[in-house]
Design a protein around this ligand. Structure first.
Ligand code: E4P
Length: 225
């Protein structure tokens, strides 16, 4: 399963890109709105693209088909391998159909049930983003819904890649991998937290202390000789 960072924060993206485990970045208008408004959105997106190099999803804000297509072309003029994030609306599906006929990759976002996912796949989406955390927030079982979607995918051999999104904790990442999602897009703090384990830190301390002890013994032996 590939790991993407779900962020528009340059420091976080730079740090996580340095770990060598990222295959891409997803952004959305809310993530962009958290950042410094003095930095132009196009420049921020281009900087993110330079930092990670792989997949980068940029979301449109239009809700009509023509507006979405216009924005998609604009974003693709910034950098030619942009993936266009399109909201899961009937007008969005029509935009996905058109963009897919132009070989422009799309990521249909805000998917919460299997039928929305099937519709996005059939419209020609390259990626379908299934939101886990927001389902759990309203008392729905995201694990069950993602399992339904992945099982439909593998039964029918659908082509769109499933992105597990709205990840809120390490268990969501494990749940995504177990269910067969192709990608999990993860916020910086959740990814960082997931890479840490107290036994890893304790283990490193023990190794380093033991190495220091060995060095002291060696020094003692050298002095005695
Ligand atoms: C997906 O691409 C979205 O950017 C994201 O995962 C939304 O997550 P949230 O529910 O934490 O806002």
């Amino acid at each position: 399963m590939q790991l993407y960072l779900d962020s528009a924060n340059i420091q976080h993206i730079r740090e996580a890109a340095g770990w060598g485990i990222l295959s891409g970045v997803t952004t959305n208008p809310s993530l962009l709105a958290k950042e410094d408004p003095k930095v132009d959105i196009k420049n921020r997106i281009l900087e993110i693209h330079q930092l990670v190099g792989g997949h980068l999803s940029v979301e449109v804000i239009s809700t009509d088909t023509d507006g979405m297509i216009r924005e998609a072309h604009e974003i693709r003029s910034w950098f030619p391998d942009a993936t266009i994030k399109i909201p899961m609306l009937p007008a969005g599906l029509a935009a996905v159909k058109k963009l897919s006929s132009e070989n422009i990759p799309t990521n249909v976002t805000l998917i919460f049930n299997p039928i929305q996912a099937i519709a996005a796949n059939n419209a020609g989406a390259t990626y379908v983003s299934v939101f886990l955390g927001r389902l759990d927030d309203i008392g729905m079982n995201s694990e069950h819904i993602l399992d339904e979607i992945t099982s439909i995918w593998y039964t029918h051999g659908f082509e769109s890649k499933i992105i597990a999104a709205s990840i809120r904790n390490p268990l969501h990442i494990i749940q995504s991998a177990k269910s067969g999602a192709h990608i999990a897009t993860i916020p910086y703090d959740v990814l960082k937290k997931s890479l840490k384990h107290p036994l890893t830190d304790i283990g490193i301390d023990i190794f380093l202390n033991d190495y220091d002890k060995l060095q002291t013994e060696i020094q003692k032996l050298l002095i005695e000789q």
